[in-house]
Write a protein of this length. Sequence first.
Length: 185
Amino acid sequence: MLDFNVLNPLLDAAFTGKTTWLEASTRYPLDEFVETYYATRPRMAGALENLTDAQVAFASPVHPFWSISESVTHLIYSQNGYMNQMLEISTSQIPHAVEAARGLGQGAKPGIPVAQLRIRLSAATEQIHTAIEGTRYSHDPEKSEVNEFFGVCTYKTWMLLLLSHELDHLRQVIAMRRVVRSEHI
């Protein structure tokens, strides 16, 4: 598992264009990205603990973050796009997700009750774990494709992008937890 003191500067360099996502994905072994992702998803589930429906629905008029409901539903919906890309670039026979995000912000839904968010996140976690385990050893590491947003991507690049997206929304959820608590919601 990658230490966040190592991972965060790497992701920052890719986000800001100081390096490409492809280059960033070559810096560490695939298993490091996978294990870090696997350790990150439970943190998202844990961030939903002890929250009320009002707290996950709260949208701050002064903070630039989505509500917790929006962050989690977007994360769940958009993981299908990453999963499809990983399936596309591997030799797996796992079926593609029918609904997958094709642009920024898709799938974000406000006001989903926290119990539903937990159920949906759990199901999405099982789905993405199945896809990762069904593809991580059945891809050609040299195979790449060009993506309009991220440039040249290999399987490993898609795994890094999935991890990066997860961490971005985990940070948003943690920030919103602080906001809802400070607002006494």
